[in-house]
Design a protein around this ligand. Structure first.
Ligand code: ADP
Ligand code: MG
Length: 341
């Protein structure tokens, strides 16, 4: 059974089962982001809008342009692996210019003026996606009606972004609804490149067990060599989230879910008859165990399921509907507490 109406989803963070995080992208180094000045005068009206595994996300206003932006604030410590992971994320984001990838604006070490020590925080400044993340919307799945056209628009945009990423030889490795962001214009964009990696001619496969359990492809779980197609598997799981509100095995603890994915496979859609054969065909092709047969994102874009996608307006309507639900919840809570918001 899905969640009861209004019940919040548990958020699972990505993890890496390796003693040392493998970095493919050593060209990104401290030199590029060495401007160590306090960026506060550049950005004002900070307001926390999210929290991830590695930091806090704020919305803010750029004082020079008055543009609303987002800041991801991350703790920086002396661990070279951690620093490299942060640079890896920024470097990939700054190279990916695509309408369905969150725009990177800049990065700063945050250092208090009077503090003699090294900077302890890093600010990654990016475009603000004011519709929030898809996971939050799916937290109210039972109260929202997601049409197949709307679902196909989200999936199409995601495939387009991932196809671009792959064309630059990057694998995302943490595709899930938490990392798909929406904005008031009805754009759908992918974010969070913390676990991304680059494949090269010398290293065309990877083997680190990395990602968020419920969205992980079997070849990653089984410790096999893997490539770009792991992102396609995760797109399939995102499609299941859109159809059912959550990924398969979400009620199981993460390790048990990993076990079930690799031994039992992914169960069929609960109410398959409610969906078109095109949606099911698309879904099951993403979840093909045979990596060779599993389509690439470009091939998915050509699939008939991606030919009749909803308009940007339907995403805008979804965001508006979600806001109304959240507002109603806040009002209800306020009346229970007898407080005015
Ligand atoms: N540019 C943005 N605009 C709006 N919200 C964002 C933005 N970036 C991240 N968020 C919110 O913050 C959450 C965590 O951000 P993310 O970059 O995924 O961090 P982590 O690496 O810790 O998972 C996202 O799921 C989303 O809700
Ligand atoms: Mg994330």
């Amino acid at each position: 059974m899905g969640r009861a109406a209004g019940q919040r989803r548990r958020r699972w963070f990505a993890c890496c089962f390796s003693s040392s995080y493998p970095y493919s992208h050593r060209s990104a180094n401290d030199r590029r982001y060495r401007d160590t000045y306090h960026p506060v005068p550049l950005y004002v009206n900070l307001n926390q809008i999210g929290k991830g595994a590695v930091g806090v996300i704020y919305s803010a206003t750029d004082v020079t342009t008055s543009r609303k932006i987002a800041i991801k604030e991350m703790e920086v410590n002396n661990d070279p692996d951690q620093r490299q992971m942060l640079f890896n994320e920024m470097d990939i984001m700054s190279r990916c210019h695509h309408p369905n990838i969150v725009e990177f604006i800049g990065a700063y070490f945050k250092k208090n003026n009077n503090d003699p020590g090294p900077a302890s925080k890093l600010w990654v400044v990016m475009e603000l996606m004011d519709g929030g993340c898809l996971a939050d919307i799916l937290g109210h799945h039972g109260q929202l009606y997601l049409t197949e056209k709307l679902i196909s628009r989200i999936i199409y945009s995601t495939c387009d972004a991932v196809a671009h990423l792959h064309s630059l030889n990057f694998i995302h490795r943490d595709m899930k609804s938490d990392n798909i962001l929406l904005n008031q214009y009805g754009d759908v964009k992918i974010a969070d490149f913390g676990f991304s990696a680059q494949l090269t001619e010398n290293r065309s496969q990877r083997n680190t067990v990395i990602g968020t359990p419920y969205w992980m492809a079997p070849e990653i779980i089984n410790g096999e060599e893997y490539g770009f197609k792991v992102d396609v598997w995760s797109i399939g799981i995102i499609l299941m989230e859109l159809a059912e509100g959550e990924p398969p095995y979400m009620n199981e603890p993460p390790l048990r879910a990993l076990f079930l994915i690799s031994t039992e496979g992914i169960p069929k859609l609960r109410n398959e008859e409610e969906w078109s054969p095109l949606l099911s065909q698309f879904l099951y092709s993403c979840l093909l165990l045979d990596v060779e047969t599993r389509p690439s994102p470009e091939e998915l874009l050509m699939h008939p399921f991606c030919k009749n996608i909803g308009s940007q307006e339907c995403i805008q309507e979804l965001i508006a509907e979600h806001r109304q639900i959240k507002q109603a919840e806040a009002d209800e809570l306020a009346s229970l507490l007898n407080l005015d918001f």
